[in-house]
Design a protein around this ligand. Structure first.
Ligand SMILES: C[S@@+](CC[C@H](N)C(=O)[O-])C[C@H]1O[C@@H](n2cnc3c(N)ncnc32)[C@H](O)[C@@H]1O
Length: 359
C-alpha cells in the first residue's frame, strides 16, 4: 500500500487529515486516514498505489493549510536491528532510485525530541552508507530546494522503527519536518515577532525580497503592541504606522521609524495611498478581520497583507474555509485577480497566517 505521511502541529491531526482527504478527492484520489493523536502525524493510505506520487505532483503543498511537510512512503514500518542500522535501511531501499538529499525526521513530541539526538548521531554514517550505495547522489552541497529532484525521508518512530519515503524538492518544505528554526531576536519586545519573521520567510520567495520586502517601504501594523511585528518591519528598514490602544516598546519608538496611533484598528484609514505592507495581529473575530483585509486590498490602501485568523475551539477546518471564502468572494465580486495562501505556521498556535495580494 502507498501512503502519504503528513506532518502538522500536534493536536491538529484532525484538521490536517480532513484537508488532505478533501483536496485529494478533488483530484479523484481516495483513501483512508490514520491519525496519530497529539504526535503531529497523519497517514493518508491511498486505495490506488499510483496515487501517492500523483498526488504530491499535482497538489501544491502550499495549498494545504495544516500540513507542514509531507512525503510518499516507499516502505511500511521497518524494524531496525540494534547494530547495522545503516545496512538495514540501505537494503530496504534497493538500488532502483536515487535521491538528492536526506531528511531525518521524527514526531514533533517530547519523545520525538529525545529521538533527535539518536538521529543526529545516525545521520553521518547513514548519509555515507547511502552515498556508497548510490542511493543518495553526491549533490547535497550544491543542491537547493528550488530545483528538480527528490528528497529521501526517514521518519524514525523510535530507535527501532523507521518509515522511508520521498518527496519532490519543488513541492515540499526545505526544512526538516517543515519547521524553520528561527532565532528569537533579543531586541524584540515580544515573542510574536517570530510569527511574522516566519511568515515573510514562508510566503515571500527570497529572490523577491529586494522588491517586495525592502527598506524605505511604508507599512501599517494593526494591533501592534508591544511591537514584535513592528520590530520585523523596522529591522527591514520600513516606516511603520502602528495602531493599538496599548503601549509600544520605547526602543522601537526611538528608531524614528514608527508612528504610534492609539485607536481602533477597524477605524483607521491611511491618509495617502503609499502603504505597501499591511500586517494585522489583532485578536478579533476572524470573519471581521477577513472582511477588513479584503477591504484594504480592494481599496488600494495596501499592496500586500499578512494577517492572522484566530481558530475556534471546534470545527477549525470548516471555520478557516469559511473565513477564506469570505475573502475570495469579495475579490471575485470585484473581478480582480489575486494570490491568497494560508498556513498554520510553526510559530502559530491557535491561529493561521494568511498572505493576500492583488495581481
Ligand atoms: C497578540 S497582540 C499583538 C502582538 C504584536 N503583534 C506583537 O508582536 O507584539 C494583539 C493586539 O491587538 C490589539 N487589538 C485588539 N483589538 C484591536 C482593535 N480593534 N484595534 C487596535 N488594536 C487591537 C490588542 O490591544 C493587542 O495589543
Amino acid at each position: 500500500m502507498t501512503s502519504i505521511v503528513l506532518y502538522c502541529r500536534p493536536g491538529f491531526e484532525k484538521e490536517c487529515g480532513a484537508e488532505i482527504q478533501e483536496k485529494a478527492s478533488w483530484n479523484e484520489m481516495y483513501g483512508y486516514l490514520e491519525l496519530k493523536k497529539n504526535q503531529g502525524l497523519v497517514f493518508f493510505h491511498l486505495h490506488d498505489a499510483a496515487h501517492g506520487e500523483a498526488l504530491i505532483k499535482t497538489l501544491p503543498l502550499k495549498r494545504l493549510i495544516f500540513t507542514r511537510q509531507w512525503f510518499v512512503t516507499l516502505t511500511d514500518k521497518i524494524a531496525l536491528p540494534n547494530y547495522n542500522r545503516v545496512e538495514a535501511i540501505v537494503e530496504a531501499l534497493g538500488s532502483e532510485w536515487q535521491y538528492d538529499d536526506l531528511r531525518m525526521e521524527m514526531p514533533d513530541t517530547n519523545d520525538g525530541k529525545e529521538l533527535s539526538k539518536f538521529c543526529r548521531k545516525l545521520a553521518v554514517p547513514l548519509r555515507q552508507g547511502l552515498r556508497k550505495a548510490k542511493i543518495l547522489s553526491g549533490k547535497k552541497d550544491s543542491f537547493n530546494a528550488d530545483q528538480d529532484g527528490s528528497v529521501l525521508h526517514a521518519l524514525f518512530l523510535s530507535g527501532q522503527e523507521v518509515i522511508l519515503g520521498f518527496s519532490l524538492a519543488q513541492n515540499s518544505s526545505p526544512h526538516v519536518m517543515g519547521i524553520p528554526r528561527l532565532k528569537f531576536p533579543s531586541q524584540s519586545p515580544s515573542r510574536s515577532t517570530l510569527k511574522l519573521d516566519e511568515a515573510f520567510l514562508y510566503f515571500i520567495p527570497r529572490d523577491e525580497w529586494e522588491t517586495r520586502l525592502t527598506s524605505g517601504m511604508n507599512a501599517v501594523d494593526l494591533g501592534s503592541a508591544p511591537g514584535g511585528w513592528t520590530y520585523q518591519l523596522v529591522r527591514r528598514g520600513m516606516m511603520v504606522t502602528a495602531i493599538d490602544n496599548g503601549p509600544m516598546a520605547e526602543s522601537l519608538m526611538e528608531t524614528g521609524q514608527v508612528k504610534h496611533k492609539m485607536m481602533d484598528g477597524f477605524k483607521y484609514v491611511p491618509m495617502k495611498q503609499n502603504v505597501y505592507w499591511l500586517v494585522c495581529d489583532m485578536i478579533e473575530k476572524p470573519q471581521r478581520v477577513a472582511k477588513l483585509m479584503s477591504e484594504w486590498l480592494l481599496n488600494g490602501y495596501c499592496k500586500e497583507a499578512i494577517f492572522n485568523l484566530k481558530l475556534p475551539m471546534k470545527g477549525r477546518y470548516s471555520q478557516v474555509t469559511n473565513d477564506l471564502q469570505t475573502i475570495k468572494n469579495a475579490f471575485n465580486e470585484h473581478n480582480v485577480k489575486y494570490e491568497l495562501y494560508a498556513k498554520h505556521l510553526y510559530y502559530d498556535r491557535e491561529e493561521i497566517t494568511v498572505h493576500a495580494r492583488l495581481i
